[in-house]
Design a binder for this molecule. Structure first.
Ligand SMILES: Cc1cc2nc3c(=O)[nH]c(=O)nc-3n(C[C@H](O)[C@H](O)[C@H](O)COP(=O)(O)O)c2cc1C
Length: 362
């Protein structure tokens, strides 16, 4: 019953999404217009009795954990949205946990539009974005992140932190942490966004691992929450292994592979006037193979828990990634296209032979 309902919902959702995109692109080629309309419709739905149509229960045999965090499903929403209605919708459809979009110290509008487009890369569907981390800033975030309805699901909630310097990261972390420490909700975790396909000078924390180690030690001295480092597919294997080494000596840490991959506008067949930057972060199916390879590389060299993000969007991919050693699966682009894939994957996970990392395992 749940399975038929989720498949029908998928068809309706994808149809409606396509209609909105077509209607919006009649005016201007800019996916963001369609996203804004979609978010508004979703906001209306999530504040109406119809929100219960989105409700799917999570089978009780697919839960996993990361230290003291309990995920009822291994599929989590990657950091890319801070719109509460979207985060709520994913909770309703059965996501195992969510991650807030990266928070920066100061409010920022991000880059100029158009800055997100649907594209084709090597023949597959993908998204290209150069949003440039638009954010309302940390002062706004600390007043809103403990959203009552989001917390009521009692599923882990990641807080993604970014910055232009270590001092920025520390300041954002300290502002949030004072609230987190006094919160009765004990399923928060931190994610450090060290990749930066969109910053002006191209410099990131991943370029200076001493600074990263300093930041992590500082955070650990102030918080006992799980700390995840989210890496970039643009880093090479050596850099990733060095980050794993740092994480291996940090309590309650995990690695997330990975973020979007930088590509040029020409490589995805976009005209320069359809994108405000010469390139941006590619996401979606073209990232899958490199995500899988990274999971295998880390799993064969280190024992740290792995969150795999990048190009994952169906049950077979989830299975391949979990079989290769990942604990959790992050999704972004697939949730944009069709959040109803979540109950379908959850349902399959509960029926198939797959070794989800469970607490009773020896
Ligand atoms: C529109 C958009 C915005 C994103 N914003 C963030 C962000 O704020 N912080 C972050 O760590 N990753 C961000 N990401 C990257 C995603 O979290 C994810 O790592 C990436 O899209 C690869 O996963 P996917 O192939 O499932 O989309 C963003 C991705 C997209 C498409």
């Amino acid at each position: 019953m749940n399975s038929v309902r989720s498949q029908l919902s998928s068809i309706n959702y994808r149809f409606l999404r396509r209609l909105i995109i077509m209607q919006q692109s009649l005016l201007k080629k800019d996916l963001e217009g369609a996203i804004i309309v979609g978010d508004k419709i979703n906001h209306l739905l999530m504040n109406s009795p119809f929100k219960h149509l989105f409700k799917f229960s999570i089978p009780n045999n697919i839960g996993t954990y990361l230290y003291d965090l309990n995920f009822p499903s291994p599929i989590i929403a990657a950091s890319f949205k801070d719109d509460i209605s979207a985060l709520l919708q994913w909770q309703f459809v059965g996501i195992g946990g969510i991650t807030y979009k990266t928070v920066l110290k100061n409010p920022s509008e991000g880059n100029k539009r158009p800055r997100i487009q649907e594209v084709s890369y090597n023949g597959s569907y993908a998204l290209l974005n150069s949003l440039g981390l638009p954010t309302k800033g940390v002062d706004n975030f600390v007043n809103h992140f403990e959203h009552e309805q989001l917390l009521s699901f009692n599923r882990p909630i990641g807080i993604s932190i970014g910055g232009d310097s270590v001092a920025d990261y520390v300041q954002v972390f300290e502002s949030i942490n004072s609230k987190v420490e006094s919160s009765p909700f004990n399923q928060f975790f931190y994610e450090i966004n060290i990749s930066c396909p969109n910053t002006e000078d191209g410099k990131c924390l991943s370029d200076d691992l001493n600074q990263l180690a300093f930041l992590l030690t500082k955070m650990r001295s102030l918080s006992s929450k799980v700390i995840v480092v989210k890496t970039s597919p643009d880093s090479n294997d050596n850099e990733i292994l060095k980050i794993c080494e740092i994480l291996s000596s940090l309590d309650k840490s995990a690695i997330n592979v990975g973020n979007t991959r930088y590509v040029s506008v020409e490589s995805v067949g976009l005209k320069p006037n359809h994108f405000s930057k010469p390139g941006g972060g590619l996401s979606g199916p073209p990232l899958f193979n490199s995500t899988l390879e990274r999971v295998k590389l880390i799993n064969s060299n280190f024992k740290i828990p792995i969150i795999a993000t990048g190009g994952i969007g169906n049950y077979d991919q989830v299975k391949a990634i979990i079989d290769s050693g990942a604990r959790l699966i992050g999704m972004a682009s697939r949730l944009v296209i069709d959040p109803f894939i979540i109950p379908q994957i959850n349902n399959k996970l509960s029926h198939e032979e797959i070794l989800i990392y469970q607490r009773h395992e020896s």
